[in-house]
Design a protein around this ligand. Structure first.
Ligand code: HEC
Length: 248
């Protein structure tokens, strides 16, 4: 038996294992990651994890309340507009009323004075500081990052942010009074604000998953049709009989 294929097999195996090795390097238990980030954050069972699951919208709504009342005084969320909340956590009227509470600078009048107007649905969430220097100055030199994509921008995002918010000895989360009567424990507020941030970082998730199911369904019908068609076309070749007539 020849072993000439062995070098090729080794190359193939090492190539096909490369992604696995790279993935393993990124797992939270890897010593390098642990050294960089401290102790790995535990894994929490998020309701929107898993292929067929969608967001907990009541939690997004409560999380938005926590964000507005607690986080928004330091953190911007510059990629989210008020209109994004319509149909997700509030009705259009509620969001319009919410937006109208902020003042937005919108151009200058004939005398060159900047004027402001009440916010509208297509305005972005307001920024807590005028610029990065002002933000750093107010926070002892540290810059509170924009939270729009933060669950994507950190390793093990949602679990990390939840652990960050709930694991301090002094509670980070100031108590909020929920309008739906949910007891505002620290873990509850942490979960809600992380659900809200996860939605903000991936607002298209539910539609994407639904589209996936629709495509799989339609493509499986197409596959059935293609299989049948192939059998039909190939039936002539598959069922022919070759006879070798040696006598004549
Ligand atoms: C008093 C101001 C203040 C409030 C309120 C606040 N933060 Fe922060 N946050 C900061 C600052 C400052 C930093 C940057 C710390 C640093 O870079 O060392 C930060 C960092 C973060 C980070 C990034 C951590 C990292 O690893 O880079 C996240 C996530 C975060 N905050 C989430 C929140 C959430 C969610 C809330 C609301 C529940 C909140 N913060 C409320 C000031 C604040």
């Amino acid at each position: 038996m020849s072993f000439r294929f062995l070098p090729k097999l080794t190359v193939f195996l090492s190539l096909s294992c490369t992604p696995i090795i790279t993935l393993q390097n990124l797992t939270p238990t890897n010593p390098l990651v642990t050294t960089l980030n401290g102790l790995a954050s535990p894994h929490y069972p998020w309701p929107h994890e898993g292929i067929p699951s969608s967001y907990d919208h009541a939690s997004i709504r409560r999380g938005h309340q926590v964000h507005t009342q607690v986080c928004a005084s330091c953190h911007s969320m510059s990629l989210i507009s008020y209109r994004d909340l319509v149909g997700v956590a509030y009705t259009e009227e509620m969001v319009k009323a919410m937006a109208a509470e902020i003042e937005v600078e919108d151009g200058s009048n004939d005398e060159g004075e900047i004027f402001s107007r009440p916010g509208k649905l297509n305005d972005r969430f307001p920024q807590p500081y005028a610029n990065e220097s002002a933000a750093r100055f107010a926070n002892g030199g540290a810059y509170p990052p924009d939270l729009s994509l933060v669950t994507k921008a950190r390793h093990n995002g949602q679990n990390y942010v939840f652990a960050l918010l709930t694991d301090y000895c002094d509670p980070l989360l100031a108590a909020v009074e929920y309008e739906d009567g949910t007891p505002a424990t620290e873990a509850q507020m942490g979960k809600d604000v992380v659900s809200f941030l996860s939605w903000a970082a991936e607002p298209e998730m539910e539609e994407r998953k639904l589209m996936g199911f629709k495509w799989i369904f339609v493509l499986s019908l197409a596959l059935l049709q293609a299989t049948y068609y192939r059998r039909l076309r190939w039936s002539v070749l598959k069922s022919r009989k070759l006879v070798l007539d040696i006598v004549n």
